[in-house]
Design a protein around this ligand. Sequence first.
Ligand code: UTP
Length: 293
Amino acid sequence: MPQKVRKAVFPVGGLGTRFLPATKAMPKEMLPVVDKPLIQYAVDEAREAGIEEFIFVTGRGKVTIEDHFDRSYELESVLEERNKEVALNTLADSMPPTGTVAYIRQREPLGLGHAVWCAKRYVGDEPFAVILADDLILSKTPCLGQMINTRDEMGGGNVLAAMEVPHEHTSRYGIIKPGFDDEKKVEIKHLIEKPDPKDAPSNLAVIGRYVLEPQVFDLLENQARGAGNEIQLTDALSNLLKTSPFYGLRFEGTRYDCGDKIGFLQANIAFALERSDMGQEIANHIKTLAKDL
Ligand code: UTP
C-alpha cells in the first residue's frame, strides 16, 4: 500500500470576480448550495475520504470561513435554551475535530499554484489532496475518495479528477494529453493549460480535485508566472510529470462550476432535487415554470 493521504489543502484565497457583487464582502466559498456553504461540502468530502488534517489557504476578507469552522457559543446557548437538538447536532457535525484545522494567509492572490505552495510547511513530505470548493460534485461516492482508491490501486503517484468537456471549451481548462486509457483512468502524458481548441490534444479536462506527491512544492517554489500572469498549478504539474506517474480519473458524478453563476444555480437545483425534505416540491415548481417556457 502507498503512503496514506492524510492532509487536504483548500485554496480559498481567490477574489471570485466572476460572482460579483455577491463576493464583494463574502467569500465565494461561503455561498450556500441549498443550506450548506460550498466550503462545507468540500470539507465533508475530504472527511469521508479519510482526510485527517485540513489546511486552508485564505486571504483578506475570508475570516467568515474560520468562524464557520469554529464554535459559536452564543448561538449554541440559544439553541440549547430552545431545545433545538437537530440544529445543534448539525453545527457539531460540521466541524472537524479540534487541532486538525490550520489557516495560512496567502498575502496576494498570485494564483492557484502559489496558494498550494503556501501550504508547503504544513503538508511536509507526504502525499496530499487539493480540493477547490467551487467545483462541487454530486456523486454516490465522494470524488476524492474515488481518487484515493485509484491511487492505492496504482501503488501511488498523482491522481487528477478528469472530465470530458465540449471541444470548444478547452480554453477554459487544463487539458490532458492521454496515454494508456482504460476508459476510467487514463495515463497523463502531458498537461496543457487552457489550450485553444485547435491546439488541444484531447477534450479531457482537469477539474478541482488533485492528489499530489510532495515534490510538487519544490517545482512550485521556482515556478514562473504563466497564463493570466498567475503562478499556475498546471505548469508545475507539467514539470512533475517528467519524474512522477500521473493518472486522470474519470470520476463517477456530476461536477458543477459554482464559481460561475449558471453552474451555481444548476447545482442548487440538482442538490435540492436530491433532498427528501424538498425534492418533490422543487420538482413540481420546475414543472410549473417549464410549462411557460
Ligand atoms: P479561480 O480561477 O476560480 O479564481 O480559482 P477566483 O479568483 O477564485 O475566481 P474568479 O475567476 O475571479 O471569479 C480557483 C481556485 O483557486 C483559489 C480560489 O479560491 C479557487 O478555489 N485561488 C485562486 C487561490 O486560493 N489563490 C489565488 O491566488 C487564486
